[in-house]
Design a binder for this molecule. Sequence first.
Ligand SMILES: Cc1cc2nc3c(=O)[nH]c(=O)nc-3n(C[C@H](O)[C@H](O)[C@H](O)COP(=O)(O)O)c2cc1C
Length: 362
Amino acid sequence: MLTPLTELLGCRYPVIQTAMGWVADPALVAATGNAGGFGFLAGAVMTLDEIEKGILDIKSRTDAPFGVNFHMYVPYAEAIVDLCIEHQVRAVSYSRSPSAPSIAKLKAAGIVCIPTVGACKHAVRAVELGADALVVQGGEGGGHTGSVATSILLAQVCEAVSVPVAAAGGFRNGSGLIAALAMGAHGIAMGTRFLLTEESPVPRATKLVYLQTPPEQIVVSNRLDGLPQRMIANGYLARLINASQVGLLMRALRNGLAFTRMTGTSMWAMLRSAWRMRRSGDLSLGQTLMAANAPMMIQEAMVHGHPEDGILPSGQVAGLIDDLPTVEVLVSGIMKEAEATLERLGQHRKPSTIGGTPHDSL
Ligand SMILES: Cc1cc2nc3c(=O)[nH]c(=O)nc-3n(C[C@H](O)[C@H](O)[C@H](O)COP(=O)(O)O)c2cc1C
């Protein structure tokens, strides 16, 4: 299935596996590429060295093109840009735009810039800054998310911009892909569905919690870093909600320190980049200082397999998922179902008779 998005990304199918901290590792990204989709490495929670090793690891597992996701708030964001250019990755994704010169540098090197946006005004701004395509994530999507549902946001963005768009937030199957294409998107991007696959590195105990949670228990909270994030309502989130402001600040400081240790940067460098981010964007200083909170709180469930001791970012779509297929089975199943959906819709166009009158039901 070819669309402007598959042409831009060089993949067989218009199906993107989005970046997820601690989840989108080289094995998952390579499996997605081998299955015909397009995967993004979760560079936002990696050191520079780990990102480079990740890129090389993916290349050793597949010839398929892939991308790297990163966050602007890490002090070595510019070095990540250089790394992506050096290794000629096909695309980069981000949610806060890198500086205009960095975007220009990436584009000059032929790297596709495809940020994720959760609001129409951010989509317009991202295209003005040079985005080649967009992942448009509606409010039902996992992790940081906006307040407008996918069905509304997608329509808004498709009218406002003319670059290829992947619809995200709530997708899991082939009929969803066809629905997105019908609404003007050029493909779908999925996080939660890929988290719930065999290749995903998330420990089984944590995956089982996702499989057992109904959609109404997958809620939005801003207690992590002051920004709305969608996650499973578990005991850890309840403790965050009940914590005092001082308690939250202490936790943010602890996580900030842990993040600097993990990434090998100094607190001072983190503070400087937080300050730069605050000046260039619409985040408060408090929000930028807490930016390291989410990655550290996710780790406990995603890496150590203690789903009650960390946060579980999730799209509401987890409430509709009850299996852990391989990525190959998932992607080929999506494409088969997409074909079947098109055929089913085509049948509505055959003349039928209702009450004896020839009738075209579409
Ligand atoms: C566990 C988890 C971790 C995530 N981490 C990141 C991240 O590091 N960077 C990012 O840009 N988006 C992140 N996201 C958002 C996803 O990339 C994607 O946009 C979202 O999951 C799409 O909605 P869906 O879950 O309904 O498919 C994360 C989502 C989840 C569920």
